[in-house]
Design a binder for this molecule. Structure first.
Ligand SMILES: C[C@](O)(CO)[C@H](O)COP(=O)(O)OP(=O)(O)OC[C@H]1O[C@@H](n2ccc(N)nc2=O)[C@H](O)[C@@H]1O
Ligand SMILES: Nc1ncnc2c1ncn2[C@@H]1O[C@H](COP(=O)(O)OP(=O)(O)OP(=O)(O)O)[C@@H](O)[C@H]1O
Length: 294
């Protein structure tokens, strides 16, 4: 059975404005997704029966049952999709997941795992679904899945699914995950969340002031996030990503980011990553297509 190893890159939200709330409760946003060269790793192979078996290793997935893992939910959603010919063959897979991205960190780790699973199984199962079809399946698993399916850093509007690819300047990021978890659902439904930031243009992102609308609220609710931001602000402009709890600052070079990382207090998890305009997943899957053609 052919197998393939793919990355599931993490993301940062370089800014995040909440511009309104829809009648279904979801919030309209403006954000820039910056993909990172740091992520989880998945190795997948097709099975000749219809079982989907996950073997997850690494940090912080202890409380997630296998059937709730976004990897398994993505595989099941893919084979249940309308445009998949179910009569053709058994669609099963063995999937091993190595987690590196802190869970619930605003780094999109679970969403990226789901997207990489959709992309890899589309190829391994020879389904030939379009990127558009995969992004639509992904959207039902999480608002952040489509950007990872499309695989490019992007300007996003709507609930995060209206994407315009961006070429961002090359930067290095120091990301700190203070040891606390912020629930996306809880923070989105908080009565004190700012939900009426006026929309800006894409050009204003590059030139004007922006912020993360969750940040002030999360700082008040989660002391470790406040402490991490105060610490990181000594070295540059520090900001929270997504709905928290991770915070980041950007640097011109890897050496500068590494120098600051060496000073990070030991109670916080941290990593240094380069910003990517393109996800490595498409290139990783090209190798699989070539092997299948041989
Ligand atoms: C904060 C961000 O990470 C920014 O990139 C995303 O908007 C969140 O994306 P996500 O983690 O994939 O979130 P989902 O799993 O889709 O949603 C979790 C919960 O957050 C709320 N939610 C999410 C996205 C959104 N635009 N508005 C919302 O109100 C909903 O109550 C939803 O039930
Ligand atoms: N493979 C997975 N990796 C991480 N979390 C998973 C996975 N499968 C299910 N989950 C569940 O999804 C929740 C969200 O995880 P994730 O790491 O994507 O959050 P996040 O980084 O805050 O995401 P976002 O920035 O999209 O809000 C976790 O708390 C966990 O219970």
């Amino acid at each position: 059975m052919p197998s393939v190893t793919v990355t599931a890159p993490a993301k940062l939200n370089l800014f995040l404005h909440i511009t309104g709330q829809r009648s279904d409760g979801y919030h309209n946003l403006q954000t820039v997704f910056q993909l990172l060269d740091y992520g989880d790793e998945l190795t997948l192979s097709a099975r000749d029966d219809d079982r989907i078996i996950i073997n997850a290793q690494g940090a912080s997935l202890n409380d997630v049952a296998p059937q709730d893992n976004l990897v398994v939910r993505a595989a099941e959603a893919l084979r249940a999709a309308e445009n998949v010919n179910k009569a053709r063959k058994k669609l099963g897979a063995d999937i091993s997941l190595t987690k590196r991205v802190p869970t619930g960190g605003g780094l999109g780790g679970g969403s990226s795992d789901a997207a990489s699973t959709l992309l890899a199984l589309n190829s391994l199962w020879s389904l030939n679904l379009s990127t558009e079809a995969l992004a639509n399946i992904g959207r039902k698993l999480g608002a952040d899945v489509p950007v990872f399916v499309r695989g490019q850093s992007a300007w996003a509007e709507g609930i995060g699914e209206e994407l315009t690819p961006l070429e961002l300047p090359e930067r290095w990021f120091l990301v700190i995950h203070p040891s606390c978890h912020v629930s996306t659902k809880v923070i989105f439904s908080h009565p004190q969340l700012t939900r009426d930031t006026p929309a800006i243009t894409m050009a204003a992102f590059f030139t004007g002031p922006t912020r993360n609308d969750f940040e002030n609220l999360v700082r008040r609710l989660a002391d470790p996030v406040d402490k991490a931001l105060i610490w990181l602000e000594k070295f540059g402009e520090a900001r929270m990503t997504g709905s928290g709890a991770s915070v980041f600052a950007s640097f011109d070079s890897e050496a500068q980011a590494n120098r600051v990382q060496r000073k990070v207090p030991s109670e916080w998890h941290s990593f240094v990553a380069r910003g990517l305009n393109r996800s490595p997943v498409a290139a990783q899957l090209e190798g699989l297509s070539l092997a299948k053609d041989r």
